[in-house]
Design a protein around this ligand. Structure first.
Ligand SMILES: NC(=O)c1ccc[n+]([C@@H]2O[C@H](COP(=O)([O-])OP(=O)(O)OC[C@H]3O[C@@H](n4cnc5c(N)ncnc54)[C@H](OP(=O)(O)O)[C@@H]3O)[C@@H](O)[C@H]2O)c1
Length: 216
């Protein structure tokens, strides 16, 4: 699969390295060209502009800090339709770490819903936001003999690609509903982030268990 990535930070390095290892063709787009180029070289990917990454990918990962979301999507051409018809994975977290409160849009909406608003026609799926980047350096992310469950919430059209990208990292997708449910995944992540800030190890994760999950 061709995967474009918007952002050249820690999540991109952790996730995209695994996708390159799984055989995908990855183009890292960053606002800081040298940073994107260095990262791409380290993981065996290509580098380019944010717009090139948006145009390149059949799937596109958005991995930028919340403060840069709007600017990044505009630079990627999202409002003009560069992400239309594509699976857009949002791994971001909408949290104010000064008091661990949730940042929301338009009276309660999620970051993922904001991406869908800024990227008309994109099939947005929230995923990978619940665990520290170091978890994605585990090959595979297995805890007590179980692959990590990765909740996803978003557009049905985007879920097959999201599931593939999760299983390619050795984890297990867990369907948590449509895009309206992404706000709950963003809230759950704040529990983890607060614990990490309190000294919990980076490999701390929620571990979902159910008979149905084991069968998937
Ligand atoms: N790190 C984790 O453990 C973790 C885990 C789960 C979810 N997340 C979420 O994943 C997303 C990416 O996190 P990360 O750890 O990869 O972040 P990071 O290492 O800090 O990299 C952030 C990326 O966002 C860009 N960026 C930052 N501020 C910006 C601004 N104001 N305008 C435009 N671009 C800006 C940076 O651009 P430059 O390249 O120019 O610096 C960089 O490419 C965040 O939403 C974060 O909450 C992180």
């Amino acid at each position: 699969m061709k995967i474009g990535v918007l952002g050249a930070g820690r999540m991109t390095e952790a996730l995209a390295a695994g996708w390159v290892r799984a055989g995908h063709d990855v183009l890292v787009g960053g606002r800081t060209p040298d940073k994107a180029a260095d990262l791409a070289k380290r993981i065996g990917a290509r580098a380019g502009t944010l717009r090139e990454a948006a145009e390149f990918g059949d799937a596109v990962l958005v991995a930028v800090l919340l403060a840069g979301l709007d600017e990044t999507l505009r630079a990627a051409g999202a409002p003009e339709g560069t992400l239309a018809g594509k699976t857009v994975i949002d791994c971001g977290n909408a949290v104010d770490v000064s008091d661990f409160s949730q940042v929301t849009y338009d009276g309660g909406g999620s970051m993922a819903e904001e991406i869908a608003r800024l990227a008309p026609g994109a099939h947005v799926v929230k995923a990978f936001n619940q665990a520290h980047a170091d978890v994605w350096r585990m090959r595979p992310p297995v805890f007590d003999g179980h692959p990590l469950a990765v909740p996803i919430a978003g557009a049905d059209e985007g879920k097959p690609v999201a599931r593939t990208l999760i299983t390619d990292l050795g984890a297990a997708p867990l369907d948590a509903g449509d895009l309206t449910q992404a706000r709950h995944l963003e809230a759950m992540a704040i529990v983890v982030i607060r614990l990490l800030h309190s000294g919990a190890g980076p490999l701390s994760v929620f571990a979902f268990r159910s008979a149905a999950a084991e069968e998937r």
